[in-house]
Design a protein around this ligand. Structure first.
Ligand code: CP
Length: 310
């Protein structure tokens, strides 16, 4: 298989296991390329890509831009805070104006779940979801599972606990789909108020005690509390959250086993993760960021050669 089964990357849910394997294989090749003295290849020389971000981002936006430049694509960047969206322009009008400038691919982050799916129904360009509200963040899950595979060889039977604010997390949902497609076992852990009511219907284990989740898992993927999406109080205070759900050195040392520590970022030091865990030898947080560039190069490269419709 040398082509993806999809024209757009909207989520992990509609990718096949073969799609994911192809992205990993391609990313491994690109990882080698970006570690060479000459890091650039001409693969997307005739392609123009627009990065349109309606929500703030550091890692995803910079990683996509770097991936596009490493592939020699022409790149334009759009940020809603400095655009005519402020004057009342709709999403579709904004994107159609960008496409009128002969853009081939659109990377979009938006606070509304389904915004990239809406665009995919209305425009011809390839759409890549860089995070849509609380729905999916497919390239984050791909780089997370790629990073796990680098450490363990295979994800089959691997026990992964996703700990934190599951309710507001697109990273959790995309990770659950990706991990299950690759044969891993998944547990979600957090306070009852931050776990979606029907989450077990996705085939994941549910645990309320962080110690039990850590005792069970090989990998802990720790998520931040997304205060910007919380309209009500889900726990009494950040101090109390850190006390009951924060992963710290003392807790990990008491387990007498080693766990791989992951976090998609941005991290809130001293809340969901202590500095001595985030910066420890068992943490691969910056390795995840490094792998993000190779994964995004692979996604862009493969979508540029994707079937006309799906
Ligand atoms: N992990 C992640 O999506 O980070 P940013 O919000 O900084 O892009």
């Amino acid at each position: 298989m040398s082509q993806l089964s999809v024209k757009h990357l909207l989520g992990i849910k509609n990718l096949t296991r073969d799609d994911i394997e192809l992205i990993f294989e391609t990313a491994s090749n690109f990882k080698e390329v970006i570690n060479r003295p000459i890091k650039k290849v001409p693969s997307l020389r005739d392609i123009t890509i627009a990065n349109i971000f309606f929500e703030s981002s550091t890692r995803t936006r910079l990683s996509f831009e770097l991936a596009e430049k490493r592939l020699s694509a022409d790149v334009i960047n759009f940020s809603s805070s400095t655009s005519s969206v402020k004057k009342g322009e709709t999403l579709l009008d904004t994107v159609n104006n960008i496409l009128a400038m002969k853009v081939d691919m659109v990377v979009m982050r938006h606070s509304s779940p389904g915004a990239p799916h809406f665009l995919a129904r209305h425009i011809e360009a390839n759409i890549i979801n860089a995070g849509d509200g609380t729905h999916e963040h497919p390239t984050q899950a791909l780089l997370d599972t790629f990073s796990m595979r680098q450490h363990f060889g295979s994800l089959k039977g691997l026990k992964v606990a996703i700990i934190g604010d599951i309710l507001h997390s697109r990273v959790a949902i995309s990770n659950i789909f990706a991990l299950q497609k690759l044969g891993a076992e998944v547990m979600v852990c957090g306070p009852n108020t931050l776990l979606p009511v029907h989450i077990s219907e996705l085939g994941v284990k549910v645990e309320l005690e962080v110690r039990k989740a850590l005792e069970w898992c090989d990998v802990a993927n720790i998520l931040r509390i997304q205060l910007e999406r919380q309209q009500i109080k889900y726990f009494p205070s950040l101090r109390e959250y850190a006390l009951y759900y924060g992963v710290n050195r003392t807790l990990l040392d008491s387990l007498k086993k080693e766990i791989l520590i992951m976090h998609p970022g941005p991290i809130n030091r001293g809340v969901e993760i202590s500095s001595d865990v985030a910066d420890s030898d068992h943490s691969i947080i910056l390795e995840q960021v490094e792998n993000g560039v190779a994964i995004r190069m692979a996604v862009l490269y493969l979508l540029a050669d994707s079937p006309p419709a799906n």
